[in-house]
Design a protein around this ligand. Sequence first.
Ligand SMILES: [Fe+2]
Ligand SMILES: [Fe+2]
Length: 356
Amino acid sequence: MTKKLLIIDDNKEVVEVVSLILTDLFGNIDSANTVDEAEELLSKNVYDLIFLDINLENRNGAEVVKFLIEASENPNKASPFVIISGIITPQFVDRYQKRFAGILMKPFEHDDVLAIVEKILNASNIAEPIQPDEVGVDEIPFLKCDLPFPIIQLDQRVNKILDQVRKSPKLKQLFAQLKVDRTTDNYVLSHIGILINISTAICINMEWNTDKTLEKFVYASYLHDMALSQRPDLARINTSEALEAKKESLSPSDYKLILEHPNIASNSIAGMREIPQDVDAIIRQHHELPKGTGYPLKIGHQKISPLSVVFIIAHDLTEYILANPKWKIEDYVEKSKSKFQGAHFIKILRSLANVN
Ligand SMILES: [Fe+2]
Ligand SMILES: [Fe+2]
């Protein structure tokens, strides 16, 4: 997987120099010049390494450290970070050193930067031995996709796609991050299986049912809620109304995580050559609605891609089926007419009435 680096420094020259030195080691380098920019990037992306300039006279630098260590909405809690500074007090080192991966004292030489980064990357390879052959097959949960619609050979076709995932070290590592807790709740897995089934059923009806399209929906179904895979309680909240109704009982960080989970998942796969085209857009848009009442982008139907429309409707119907054991497709279509507008949404909803 492309390694991601974040450099937080108000000095643009330092950002430029560190980027240049590390450009061969990281496929993706972001930078932030302010605390706000840093927090924004940190809440939306997962970095393999973070460089943080800290001026201890300036409380802003300490705020970033605090955010890195304490903020629950920060998905980079486990990411290694290196402090860049000219003034590190012994008290500061005492207090936070366990959490640093290294300290780079200013002024520094190119070789100092490389040495510290190589040491950290090697250590993290040893600490996290997620090598292709060591990830159990079970890390990529196979699931039944034979409900609710009978689709010939769908399980076999999906398994073929998952075999490709198992063969690719990068994909295997990505899917291993799902870490679905199957002991407490199988909501996440049933949700994925039904989603694959319904999006395929829609594609069959629309005559879009190619192996390539199925592949896109299998990836999107598995990965769209990856930021919530260990929080089935939050994954169950699927509409703006449900989210607002629960707002009082949610912590601000859980609220933000729900709002941002499409962006977090989409950002973490963006640029991966192993993932089929369009999957990142489908994932980013999976809670959008044609009238602009979805989230996080609040875009209207003109801006929602046709494949995302299939996935949004499949996702909505999946929730309907899980919530209504006596569901009927006619009832769903009737109830959903007012919610879905725009040519693509209407066409696909109509086609659902013919799925059997
Ligand atoms: Fe979902
Ligand atoms: Fe979701």
